[in-house]
Design a protein around this ligand. Sequence first.
Ligand code: ATP
Length: 173
Amino acid sequence: MTRRRGPRSARAQRSARRVIEGAGGVVVNDAGDVLLIRHRNGSWVFPKGHIEPGESKVDAAVREVEEEAGVQASVVDPRQTWQTAYVNPRREGRRITWYLLRTNADEAVMREPIFPSGGFFAPPEALAMLAFEEDRTLLRHVLRAARRLGLVDGSGPQEADAAPAAVGDPGGA
Ligand code: ATP
């Protein structure tokens, strides 16, 4: 039987199915500010990256925060996770597991040319800076958890208290 290629090529189907896992950190410091880094293309994002062979997601998140932002931070609760998903410009599906991290740092130390700047920003400012809607939704969810824990001022912006449903609820909560 002749196999005819349909409208979607085999390559496109492969790339649509391929999902690359990653892990990252939403880092809150003692002042209740949130760590963001700026990609050289101008986008403000959270630090995150690929998971190395044999590495746990939570360890990958802590490592990526240190590598991409020069910030040493610790995970508040490794059971509490959030997910985002998107397709990157290489048409790879990405699924990122996020953790809430704490630090006593108040500035980022940028080392990677791909991320020329970064720092800690008050939640309303961070929400306005983030480049991607998935990340804004993520931050709103994480801020609610951080407020419950007393890590972020409870009188924060109304916008941060909105309850969009696009991001997975905390994995372990
Ligand atoms: P790593 O996971 O190691 O950081 P990477 O740098 O290739 O790998 P990706 O997130 O796969 O990271 O690709 C980066 C690009 O993906 C960004 O430059 C941006 O164009 C796009 N991107 C990142 N986050 C989102 C998002 N939430 N929605 C849409 N596109 C995004």
